[in-house]
Design a protein around this ligand. Sequence first.
Ligand code: URA
Length: 320
Amino acid sequence: MDTLAAQHAGRLMLETDAAFGVREVPLVLPKPAVPVPGKYVARKEENAFPGGQGAYRPATSVPRDPKMTAAPPLEALSPAAAKPSRPTANRQGVDIPRSVKLPPIPEGRLDALEPISDADKPRLLAELQQETVTALAPYISDIATRVVFGSGDPAAKLMFVGEGPGIEEDKTGVPFVGRSGQLLDKMIIAMGLSRQTVYVGNVVKLRAAEADPDSGRLRDRPPTPAEVALNIPWLHKQIEIIRPRVIVTLGAPALKYLTGTAEGISLLRGTWMTYRGVPLMPTYHPSFLLRAYTPENRAKVWGDLQQVMAKLGLKSPAQK
Ligand code: URA
């Protein structure tokens, strides 16, 4: 790292810790998302094409027409990708119809449902997890190797909802454990909470990925509407059991699919909305924050979280 970059990194660390009110948690600095073409040989697990071909060397293994600018077809990158033996996560949109109608957000307020005691929630959630795993089993592949159901306190007062698992989450089965997860941890700690006292879930439970047209490496991608339609009923059921007092949506997809809004995240973040009578605070996704790591954006997110804390009657560690 040169001197300027080191200075920048140091400043970033101080600013982040100040914005989120935490100083003791080590900061994971943003790294460039895309490797320098031709210089990088990806790790085997980052290139787990169906069929598990191992390390893929972008510049040499794909014969390319010099005039070709569009992405090479998947089968050119890996023959195994062309004919998977079973449905794969990046083909969910092919295996189920592309033009799907999203299932409607269930009607009725959560507080009007038959009450569930906090003591029953772990069992009910474990049963739902089993059902979800069974229902999504046909879509398990070399890309989405497991269902990433959710984690935390089944009786949590606060629930975070993100978009869907990435490679790290797929490896561990736990949502938000990669770089954006580390930033989410800091946000939660800054609120005086922990991953054990909140619940963290996603709109989709299976990793969605595609081949990067330039490098050929697998990269995570937003879920297709068909994938959301397949997955979201399980999120609705999850929320029905947890019955949080507040939901925080992280990023545009979670906001869109839990509220049905067509408005963008930039307009709505920081504004209270509701999900079946539950106050819902939209904020930026931590991965967006990592990409646009400005003091303004961090202050916006911290402001959104402070509104959530006020709603829950929480004081940040610094105020205690
Ligand atoms: N991004 C998400 O939206 N969810 C995860 O679990 C990880 C990254």
